[in-house]
Design a protein around this ligand. Sequence first.
Ligand code: ATP
Length: 136
Amino acid sequence: IERTLVLVKPDGVQRGLTGTILSRIEAKGYRLAELKQVAASRELLEKHYEEHVGKPFYEPLVEFMLSGPLVAAVFEGHRVIEGFRSVAGTTDPTTAAPGTIRGDFGRDWGVKVQQNLVHGSDSPESAEREIGIWFA
Ligand code: ATP
């Protein structure tokens, strides 16, 4: 069965949107298999975001993810990776479609990194890699 790693990023936790975000994913029909709140270490985030090393938003992204607790979850179901990404909306919350998590609750706060509430894995390979990092 397909699995995906979902993170409620620090902006989502801080704004009290954790329950709303998780319930939208559950309401679409996916099964919540693992759940925990985490204060991530820099080491863990550097592993998670290794593909972005060297990009202009890399350091602000890591700092943002260190700025407060986040919630890590594993959801499972047939085509959950694609399905979660559809529920989350596109990366830039300013233009993400209404009806999506990012489109309904996100905006540009004028900072260097897009604070877009959630992360979801982008392929079965990255899902297994990321689940191994967050639920070791
Ligand atoms: P998606 O794959 O749905 O576009 P993502 O979360 O997987 O979204 P990535 O491209 O993996 O996006 O980037 C990781 C994170 O880095 C984004 O979620 C966002 O917080 C931030 N980010 C990405 N691109 C930019 C950018 N051009 N400027 C600022 N922050 C960015």
